[in-house]
Design a protein around this ligand. Structure first.
Ligand code: AMP
Ligand code: MG
Length: 392
């Protein structure tokens, strides 16, 4: 499968899960997925709200010189009568007096004792937000399936919610594999490697809205891997790292097959990450991610993140690819979509590939702030050419 086909496959096969719910205080619900529709408890704005400091008038009365007949501040109501050919001094956020249909900005008037001279004309409706134009009482302002970010948190506070229903977070089992891998807290022998993948995956799972559950390192034996995957299937999703290549001791696929797996793909035309397995056992989805650290991290972002977001109840997964200008020539061998560590400038306008020693080079990934995305059907780019970029 190509990159796009594989991504579409994940989105197609993993439907947004609308299962169990939790009630969460609004503050700790940030990042989680709404499990209920949220309704406007009243009109927004609840009154004709001045958008400016200035003078409430009838648009038909200006240009002209008008007597100032009163004042209305935010948090107050003008109780007087808005006289024809009169102006009421008004502050931003204050309710427009009945009878007025526009606000003249204070910058556009000349004050003369208790009169204001207004030189320019104004249209009815200018500089105030009419009642109910942002939302009407009873209207849905947030839908179930929406991720709660800071703007959604503002909406929840706006309608007076302090608790909110969210979907239960999926539990994601993380299974590192490999005879050469030791736990990060151990001192490795010269030919051994510390387990970093389980930890980077845990961080990625958490960022995607899942609850990571790191299992002990599975060894490159059928029995060890089989037992780990069985245990992992108690979670909502299984992520395996390593053991999916063509090597003699790469037995993850065999174990998954024997556990009754249906495979959606076992290879994707990307680098890093070609041998990449996605499937389902019963109702539990799994990914067999290649063990090279860059492959594990990149393939998670490209495919597994979307699956976790959907299992968390989200109805859409973003994978925005920006465009930036290359600061140097770049070429690659077409046929695979490549994701390479890169540095994007602060304003996002230019990008530079950072050197690396290949997909085992963890420090280079930490130095990068993005991945340069080289399309499979193009061979070379020149300085100044646009290229796609995936943020880290
Ligand atoms: P594999 O996909 O099992 O062939 O592993 C590919 C490479 O990734 C090998 O160099 C492994 O040592 C390395 N690797 C596999 N698992 C991990 C892990 N959990 N942490 C760090 N490196 C790993
Ligand atoms: Mg291995």
């Amino acid at each position: 499968m190509t990159f796009d086909e594989a991504r579409q496959c994940v989105l197609r096969e993993v439907p947004p899960r609308r299962g169990e719910r939790d009630t969460a205080p609004v503050l700790s619900a940030a990042g989680r997925i709404l499990a209920e529709d949220i309704f406007a408890d009243r009109d927004y704005p609840p009154f004709n709200r001045s958008a400016r400091d200035g003078f409430a008038v009838r648009a038909a009365d200006v240009p002209g010189e008008l007597p100032v007949t009163g004042e209305v501040r935010a948090g107050q109501v003008f109780t007087g009568q808005m006289s024809a050919k009169g102006a009421v001094e008004i502050m931003t956020g204050a309710p427009l007096p009945d009878g007025a249909d526009a606000v003249v900005m204070v910058e556009h008037v000349e004050r003369r004792d208790n009169r204001v001279a207004i030189a320019r004309s104004i249209k009815s409706g200018d500089n105030f937000t009419p009642k109910g134009t942002e939302a009407k009482t009873g209207e849905i302002v947030l839908r179930a399936g929406h991720r709660i970010g800071f703007t959604e948190t503002a909406v929840l506070a706006m309608v007076g919610r302090d608790q909110v229903q969210v979907f239960r977070q999926p539990r994601v089992a993380i299974i590192p594999t490999g005879d050469e891998i030791v736990e990060a807290g151990e001192t490795p022998l010269p030919h051994q490697i510390r387990n970093s993948n389980a930890w980077s995956l845990a961080a990625q799972v958490r960022r995607a809205g899942g609850v990571p559950q790191i299992l002990p390192i599975a060894r490159d034996s059928y029995e060890s891997t089989f037992a780990s995957v069985k245990k992992g299937l108690e979670s909502d999703l299984v992520l395996l790292s390593g053991g999916v290549s063509a090597g003699k001791y790469d037995i993850v696929e065999q174990v998954l097959a024997d556990l009754g797996a249906k495979f959606f793909f076992t290879r994707v035309k990307i680098q890093p990450g070609q041998p990449l397995v996605f499937g389902v056992i019963g109702e539990k989805f799994f990914f067999g991610l290649p063990g090279n650290p860059a492959s594990t991290m990149v393939t998670f972002e490209l495919f597994a993140r979307a699956a976790i977001e959907r299992l968390a109840g989200s109805d859409h997964s973003m994978l925005p690819l920006l465009r930036a200008r290359l600061t140097r020539d770049f070429r690659h061998k077409p046929g695979l979509t490549r994701f390479l560590p890169a540095r994007l400038s602060e304003d996002g306008s230019t990008v530079e590939p950072t050197g690396w020693q290949g997909s085992g080079d963890i420090p280079s990934l930490a130095r990068a702030n993005a991945f340069l995305v080289a399309e499979a059907d193009r061979e070379s780019w020149q300085v100044g050419d646009d290229i796609r970029v995936l943020l880290k």
